[in-house]
Write a protein that binds this ligand. Structure first.
Ligand code: SAM
Length: 286
């Protein structure tokens, strides 16, 4: 396929910013974990990163844009026929579903479409086959995943990353390295995963905990749990009731969650009971 004007060809809808820098492509390959596991690439695009990946690993790639699928099928004819490269066309999030993306252990390596980057990373955390995530994302997102407690950027994403393994911001990439250039600085983020995120409700709990990052953690939690229960929990765990969400370490979030998770259900159930009682009352009035 001959593309006369790459910037015009690029689809905004699919978050296409093609990485056109040999230097950064090589830096991504160098940052990969040192083993021989398979690689899953999301959004191979024109195949610049893919070309480097198939030199060192077996790769399965997922691409949503039909124009690019056609291009990649022709471009990678040899590795496809040798069984070193497989292309799956379609929306990766639909294919992923609730289970594993591949049926064997793998590393995720990608220059991600930014509109679904966080979603993809969180999906990888729950995928029992995913061993690491090495991805280009918006710098702001990379900073959040890699932050430590006490830092301003420490967020629900940092706690989730620390709950599955270790996150490192590898290097930054300026907009000019892409065609078309994105509006923001990018960064390559590595998250080495040694356990998958088993409990779905933990993510929801963290959303509550960080809902208003500048307020006290206890105040945020009181939006979903009764004030007395939050006070009792803080007293039991000997926590400072004035601490802000970014000041608590990941292990503290696990302790608080273990104390409160069943009570979250309890409060929701009693809310539902109240709602159905009032619906019944209203129906009787009519
Ligand atoms: N890997 C190429 C590179 O580095 O130049 C392209 C990266 S570009 C930022 C993102 C790629 O993800 C595009 O090829 C885009 O079509 C693809 N993409 C966007 N949404 C997708 C989805 N839901 N499923 C699979 N691929 C998707």
């Amino acid at each position: 396929m001959i593309i006369e004007n790459l910037a015009e060809f690029a689809s905004k809808k699919f978050g296409q910013n093609f990485l056109k820098s040999d230097r950064y492509l090589h830096q991504i390959i160098q940052a990969m974990p040192d083993d021989d596991l398979k690689v899953a690439e999301i959004g191979p695009g024109l195949g610049d990163l893919t070309k480097e990946l198939v030199k060192v690993r077996n790769v399965t790639a997922f691409e949503v844009d039909k124009r690019l699928c056609e291009h990649l099928t022709a471009e990678f004819e040899a590795p496809i026929s040798q069984g070193r490269f497989e292309l799956r066309c379609g929306d990766v999030l639909e294919r992923w579903g609730e289970g594993a993306l591949l049926d064997e252990p793998y590393h995720l390596v990608a220059n991600l479409p930014y509109y679904i980057a966080t979603n993809i990373i969180l999906k990888a955390f729950k995928d029992p086959m995913c061993r690491s995530v090495l991805v280009m994302v918006q710098k702001e997102v990379a900073v959040k995943f890699a932050a430590n407690s006490g830092e301003k950027a420490f967020s629900a994403l940092s706690v989730l990353a620390q709950s599955v393994g270790r996150a490192t911001l590898c290097f930054e990439v300026e907009p000019e390295a892409f065609v078309p250039p994105p509006k923001v600085t990018s960064a390559v983020l590595l998250i080495e995963i040694d356990r998958s995120l088993g409990d779905e409700k933990f993510e929801a709990f963290l959303k509550i905990a960080f809902a208003q990052p500048r307020k006290k953690l206890s105040k945020n939690l009181s939006a979903a749990f009764s004030k007395e229960i939050v006070e009792q929990t803080f007293a039991k765990l000997e926590l400072d009731p004035n601490m802000r969400p970014h000041e608590a370490e990941t292990s503290i979030y696990h302790l608080i969650y273990n104390e409160l998770k069943d009570k979250l259900d309890g409060k929701q159930q009693s809310k539902q009971r109240k709602q159905s009682k009032s619906r019944l009352k209203n129906a009787r009035k009519q």
